[in-house]
Design a binder for this molecule. Structure first.
Ligand SMILES: *Cc1c(COP(=O)(O)O)cnc(C)c1O
Length: 398
């Protein structure tokens, strides 16, 4: 690798073992994607034609009728919902978020109302649509969905993610059957899902992916599915989509990333990730108060992670204390800590540069050795830790 640009502008050279996080810059963009993007940047293009080429690439990769690139998956959700309300009617498109004269309700299971850094409900409401909640957080049934769908329903939204409640929900197939029985299209947020074709097979009319997550592409969203719905999504560029504009470099970068995905040696990637996990298991085994086990991805993506349980009595440090020490160190190591209140965090090997797994293992050893020498438990209050994070947002840019 050439010189680290981060150091030039005073950024810490973080090592990402948390996954594909917007807060850390998503993923390692493939070299061929970066080269494609810089090749198109100085050129003029007919942007609608470029979008047509992107539709062809998405159609092929996702076995879909058509596709379009948006600024992000979140923008894709907003624009697909908008499209379900307006169709390709330009007068209606210009009218949003005023939904006068349109079906404007979106049914969604309560357990699917996640935050991926922002509330998904807001991505729906921005269009002027009104979310209609189905069931309770951990309980949703077909009869509740049937009752929620009326002549005002424009779309049914379904979320597949580790962010959502993963039990007690309606299976996608049943959800789609109920929606289709009343002529309502099903929009699936599959931002982090590796399966580019299966969701459309299982009943989705639209499936939405992030280009900057597992695909290692630029920041963009990929909307794949039924041609009339994709067209209506794309046409929002003449309306509320304008403020979520995606440029030529990201459209083309996402195309290159999709094509690269089809050629990727997925088995080799898995072997590399497994080797990193093995390195970490070896480094953590036998350490007092630390229990590490390899766990599968909760939504069945072909990706394992290491779950590190930390018993503060034995380790002299809490799980969040260890996460914070690693993040504060040199180099900073950022772990996957959204469930840390249960006394564990995870280590995700999918965004490592070669050799970084050993740096991470060494940093763990340093912090755990230091904690053993401590007479009190390192970590502090979990509640205050969360407050500190919220306060940092309010204080920015300091
Ligand atoms: C990441 C994520 C999003 C947002 O994707 P962006 O492309 O970053 O906007 C939406 N939904 C789910 C389930 C996600 O994991």
């Amino acid at each position: 690798m050439s010189r680290d640009v981060r150091l030039d502008i005073g950024l810490r050279p973080v090592i990402n073992v948390s996954g594909t996080m917007t807060s850390l810059g998503a993923s390692i963009v493939l070299r061929e994607v970066a080269e494609g993007m810089s090749a198109i940047l100085p050129q003029f293009v007919e942007i609608d034609q470029l979008h047509r080429r992107a539709s062809e690439v998405i159609a092929k990769a996702c076995h879909a009728e058509a596709g379009c690139i948006t600024a992000s998956a979140s923008a894709g959700i907003t624009l697909a919902i908008a499209g379900a309300m307006t169709g390709a009617d330009l007068a209606l498109i210009e009218r949003l978020p005023d939904t006068t004269g349109m079906k404007n309700e979106v049914v969604v299971q309560m357990g699917h109302l996640c935050s991926y850094g922002a509330p998904i409900e807001q991505a729906v409401k921005m269009t002027g649509a009104k979310p209609v909640l189905v069931g309770q957080a951990t309980y949703a049934q077909r009869y509740q969905l049937d009752a929620a769908i009326t002549e005002r329903t424009a779309a049914a939204l379904y979320v597949i993610s580790h962010h959502v409640v993963n039990f007690g929900q309606i299976p996608l197939e049943t959800f789609a059957e109920a929606a289709h029985a009343k002529g309502v299209p099903v929009i699936v947020d599959a931002a982090s899902e590796y399966d580019l074709t299966g969701l459309l097979d299982r009943g989705a009319d639209i499936a939405i992916y992030s280009a900057h997550k597992f695909l290692s592409g630029p920041t963009a969203g990929i909307v794949a599915g039924r041609k009339d719905l994709v067209r209506a999504t794309w046409a929002q560029n003449c309306g509320i989509g304008r403020g979520m504009k995606v440029g030529k470099e990201s459209i083309y970068g996402a195309m290159v990333a999709l094509e690269a995905w089809g050629r990727r040696d997925h088995a080799a990637v898995r072997r590399r990730e497994q080797a990193a996990l093995d390195t970490w298991v070896a480094a953590l085994t036998g350490r007092p108060g630390v229990l590490a086990r390899i766990v599968p991805d909760p939504t069945d993506n072909p990706l394992d992670r290491l779950e590190v349980h930390v018993d503060p009595e034995g380790a002299h440090i809490s799980a969040w204390g260890l996460a914070d020490r690693l993040a504060a160190g040199d180099p900073p190591v950022i772990v996957r800590d959204h469930e840390v209140e249960h006394g564990f965090f995870q280590m995700d090997p999918c965004n490592l540069h070669p050799g970084q797994e050993h740096v991470v293992a060494a940093r763990f050893a340093e912090e755990l050795d230091a904690a053993q020498k401590s007479n009190e438990i390192i970590g502090g209050s979990l509640f205050e830790r969360r407050e500190r994070r919220a306060a940092a947002v309010r204080r920015w840019p300091d």
